[in-house]
Write a protein that binds this ligand. Structure first.
Ligand SMILES: [Fe+2]
Ligand SMILES: [Fe+2]
Length: 294
């Protein structure tokens, strides 16, 4: 079993500081195998904001898979935006814009989707997809392959379609072939779990899309601060949403959903048909109930 902590949109520069200590404590106590941060480490890509983000990451367990978000590219400094868009990110966070973690159960690949040419939008390109193919396609059967982007491959029904990752359709074809079908993202500041079957019609394939809300930012868009704890035990996945409770001043597990991998995608366990053993147990239980009819 592997434990992945999935944080997103911490936005130093617009942080609710009372959340930082409880968050650091909670995550350290979990002793995860890997910590993922799916972008927007800062609010305006300023050096002092990146320094704070760096200090925050230094206090979290390692290894970490961290990718930039659109807010990590300078917005108002036009020269920096186009000439050195991720200069501060590279200096303070990481020079590696395609971070990769692997052990004998999971592989986690980060992809930089932040671009200078769009203010909020993001893209994936063919070179990035080729690298994923190289890293993921050859892995042994039974590994859970996880992709991390800032911009999401899917949004909740009725959500902002502009938030979707550009060229995602092209990327999904390769991800499907390689079995990389757990997609972690942030950006919309809403926690959500969905699947890609209706948006990307790929025969026999559906990826699990796991969105994290904002862990520490005051830009919560109506949702309380939260993050995800993902427990992977092939072919199963458990996603626990941990939310901030202002009354107690603590992060607390709020909701857990479980999924099982099947040949055509992911099945939510509550929806899965009962196994033969479960059916036998239910029938046995029902036959123990006394008949109350007249
Ligand atoms: Fe954000
Ligand atoms: Fe964003």
């Amino acid at each position: 079993m592997r434990t992945v902590v999935h944080l997103s949109d911490v936005h130093f520069g617009r942080v609710d500081y009372q959340l930082v200590e409880p968050l650091v404590k909670f995550v350290n106590e979990l002793t995860p195998h890997v910590v993922v941060v799916s972008g927007d480490l800062t609010q305006r890509a300023r050096a002092e904001q990146f320094r704070e983000a760096r200090a925050f990451l230094d206090r979290l367990p390692k290894p970490q898979v961290v990718v930039p978000g659109n807010h990590d590219v300078p917005l108002y400094n036009v020269l920096a935006r186009f000439l050195t868009p991720l200069d501060n990110y590279r200096r303070y966070i990481s020079d590696d814009l395609a971070p990769f973690y692997m052990d004998d159960e999971i592989a986690v690949a980060g992809i930089n989707t932040a671009r200078s040419l769009t203010f909020k939008g993001g893209r994936i390109n063919e070179e990035q997809v080729a690298l994923i193919r190289e890293r993921m396609c050859a892995l042994k059967e039974g590994m859970t392959k996880i992709i991390v982007t800032h911009h999401p491959f899917d949004v909740p029904e009725g959500g902002d379609e502009d938030a979707l990752l550009g060229r995602a359709e092209m990327a999904m074809q390769t991800l499907a072939k390689c079995g990389a079908d757990v997609l972690l993202a942030g950006h919309i500041h809403l926690s959500h779990i969905g699947h890609t079957a209706s948006r990307y019609r790929i025969e026999g394939h559906s990826a699990l899309v796991i969105q994290a809300g904002t862990a520490t930012s005051t830009r919560g868009r109506g949702e309380t601060n939260s993050f995800n704890v993902i427990r992977v035990e092939h072919p199963g996945i458990e996603v626990e949403r941990v939310t901030w409770q202002p009354e107690t001043g603590r992060f607390t597990p709020a909701q857990t959903e479980r999924f099982r991998h099947t040949p055509t995608g992911w099945t939510r366990l509550a929806d899965a048909p009962p196994t033969v053993e479960e059916t036998i147990a239910t029938v046995a239980q029902e036959s123990d109930v006394p008949d109350e009819s007249p």
